[in-house]
Design a protein around this ligand. Structure first.
Ligand code: NDP
Length: 638
């Protein structure tokens, strides 16, 4: 290792080293950690900060291009031919906006509770939400399928693999819709354009881009947090005359192939992909295998750890007694929220990260020390464990990628949760293919797009243009813009007040689910609620809660439910009080949507602005207790 900076030195890099030895936790806290780590944490931190600094841009979240006007085609549905139909003018009991997991869960839970007249309005041509849109080759879920796919017990279904591929998840979504007969009343290929509360008739009036007028007593918003594709604000992006598309609108007519790859249409094509986030990590191996030449344009590398996907082994799932999925979800949720469990049922990269970084590591150290750790010690332990974990991730790059310069460029220099951790076994080996080039932009991003290619600036200030036939934008989704802009419509509540006005300085809800001035309206997703790795778990808890409220209203003969201004304010105060989701942590992170592109705290509608700081365990318990006491605290019913 002569000549290498000290942070490259890793003493203990076997997979088993992922679990830090108990004694070493104490060693890390006492004395000079360099002796035990084999690297200098201060030096490493300085490296992280330097890498962050060169990526910070003054335009932050404004750097992206919205998919409107000349870019509107990037938002169009390439999967389902548009079916013309007459406008609908009628009334239903409940309108659910969005047919993804949130919509399926709330729709299904309400059907279970005897609300028969539920209508889902969905922009896509079918149910599935993110799994309808994200059909790119290699698309798969990176959370264990037995926890992630909703309602497995209700549908008596066991996924085929530990991590499901997108087509299976889409099929499962459709199966849920069929099971709860949600197709019967659905309006697919339909975008809501406005939702207006009519105080006279105590109904919502929903208008759509198909000219529909639907009246509904209740509305539930399940629009999804990452649903609107975004484009990079690269000069010249509109000048390119070759083929382009966004990963969430994959053009199989052009590429050929399927989710399993075999993209025969690319055999004679020079393909560029811009972006190396969680999506790109999954589709790059297929592009590399099929394209004549693939250029991967990278601004910031992802952290990519072992996937180890495998076919389902029923033995691994245990007894499958009633309630098995909820128990597995709860076990996973506790572990990935920093809690402790006797058994790690999922036992994968996610739980491994959390075992090392959060509560369990601290608890172990505290047992060994014979006293509680101070919060400073806990923070230090987490930071040092994080450095070790990321050293291991970086070491994995060296082990797999043959060309040293490419390997070095693929190493992520930030803490584990600055960006979404990725897990893949074919991503890094793709860079050993002779037809694949990593074009690392050293944090600067692509400089310019011309009519025939992509220009990057080299370290010496010169430029290189790469001629390509096709550009795939793996540049993610709108985050941190207003709720109503992402939803694509405004909600007009009591007294004509719009949700965009009401939430102009940040969301205002009780439990993330209801807002004062917007009676009979419920929000699912990432609105002042608990954020957890397994998003469908949170959506299910929200759906169960809304079901309970509507059941109570029905049983009590109430027509209108509205959160009081006081209860809403109390929840906002509670959110503020618990807003400890690491302001400093994210300030030190490389830019990304987790930290509002390097400006955490600057955006009242940023990704984590809607996250309940006390975490999902506490939040789910809070909802349980609220239901158990039966007082419907904070709600006015009439
Ligand atoms: P991301 O927002 O995570 O990634 C966008 C990528 O585009 C980044 O690599 C970004 O670089 C890059 N980029 C943006 N602008 C430029 C530019 N001007 N020049 C060069 N590169 C640029 O989007 P993804 O679609 O990858 O993922 C979004 C989310 O979807 C994930 O975080 C995850 O939550 C979810 N997802 C979940 C999966 C699952 O299995 N459950 C699978 C895939 C996605 P930089 O990092 O520098 O900003």
């Amino acid at each position: 290792m002569t000549g290498q900076p000290r942070w490259f030195v890793i003493r203990n890099n076997t997979p088993a080293a992922a679990t830090l030895a108990f004694m070493s936790l104490i060693d890390l806290l006492q004395g000079d950690p360099r002796e035990h780590l084999g690297f200098d944490p201060d030096e490493l931190k300085a490296k992280y900060l330097a890498e962050r600094d060169r990526r910070i841009r003054p335009d932050g979240n404004d750097q992206y291009t919205e998919v409107v006007d000349e870019f509107a085609r990037y938002d169009e549905d390439p999967y389902t031919e548009r079916i013309e139909r007459d406008p609908v003018d009628d009334e239903v009991q409940v309108v659910v906006v969005g047919g993804g997991f949130g919509g399926l869960l709330i729709g299904g839970r309400l059907k279970e509770a005897g609300f028969t007249d539920v209508r889902v309005i969905e922009k896509g041509g079918d149910f599935g939400g993110t799994w309808y849109w994200n059909r790119y080759p290699g698309a798969m879920c990176d959370v264990e399928s037995y926890c992630y796919l909703p309602m497995l017990e209700e549908l008596n279904y066991i996924p085929k693999h530990k991590y499901s591929f997108a087509p299976e998840i889409m099929e499962h979504s459709k199966a849920i819709a069929r099971h709860f007969e949600l197709y019967d009343n659905a309006l697919l290929q339909t975008g809501v354009t406005e939702m207006r509360w009519d105080d006279e008739i105590e109904r919502w009036i929903i208008s759509t881009d198909r000219g529909d007028t639907v009246r509904a007593r209740y509305v539930a918003m399940a629009n999804g947090p990452l649903s609107r594709p975004k484009l990079p604000g690269i000069p010249g992006i509109a000048d390119f005359t070759g083929h382009t598309f966004h990963t969430s609108r994959w053009d199989y007519d052009y590429t050929g192939g399927t989710n399993e790859g075999n993209l025969t249409g690319l055999a004679d094509k020079r393909v560029a992909i811009i972006g190396t986030g969680a999506t790109a990590v999954q589709c790059i191996p297929h592009l590399g295998a099929s394209a004549e030449h693939l250029y991967v344009f990278q601004r910031t590398p992802s952290s990519v750890d072992v996937r180890n996907n495998r076919e389902t082994d029923l033995d691994e799932l245990g007894d499958l007694l009633p309630g098995w999925q909820q128990r597995r979800m709860d076990n996973f949720n506790v572990l990935v929220s920093g809690g402790d469990q006797d058994e790690d049922l999922v036992s994968d990269g996610w739980t491994d990260i959390f075992r090392n970084l959060t509560g369990i590591a601290a608890k172990t150290a505290s047992r060994q020390l014979g006293r509680r750790l101070t919060s400073r010690e806990k923070g230090k332990l987490m930071e040092l464990s994080d450095y070790r974990k990321m050293n291991q991730v970086r070491h994995r790059v060296d082990e797999i990628v043959e060309d040293q310069a490419t390997a070095d460029a693929l190493k992520p220099w930030y803490r584990q949760f600055c960006k979404r951790p990725c897990f893949h076994d074919d991503y890094l080996p793709t860079f050993n293919r002779p037809n694949v080039d990593l074009i690392d932009t050293a944090g600067r991003g692509v400089k310019r797009i011309t009519s025939t290619g992509i220009v990057v600036e080299n370290a010496d200030g010169t430029e290189t243009e790469y001629g390509v036939d096709c550009i795939v934008f793996a540049t993610g989704f709108e985050v941190g813009t207003s709720y109503t802009r992402r939803a694509g419509y405004d909600i007009i509540g009591r007294n004509g007040e719009t949700l965009s006005e009401r939430w102009a300085d940040g969301m205002r809800t009780m439990h993330g689910l209801t807002a004062h001035g917007f009676p009979n309206c419920f929000f699912l997703g990432f609105t002042q609620t608990a954020v957890t790795v397994n998003v469908p778990h949170a959506l299910n808890e929200q759906a169960k809660h809304v079901r309970y409220i509507l059941e109570q209203a029905r049983d009590r003969g109430a027509e209108v439910i509205e959160v009081t201004a006081e209860a809403e304010q109390a929840w906002i105060d509670e959110m503020k009080d618990k807003a400890r989701l690491g302001a400093r942590f994210y300030a030190e992170c490389t830019p990304g949507y987790y930290n509002n592109e390097g400006k955490p705290g600057d955006n009242p509608v940023g990704f984590f602005a809607g996250a309940y700081g006390a975490g999902p365990i506490r939040f789910f318990r809070l909802l349980d207790e609220w239901r158990e006491n039966g007082r419907l605290e904070g709600l006015d019913l009439k």
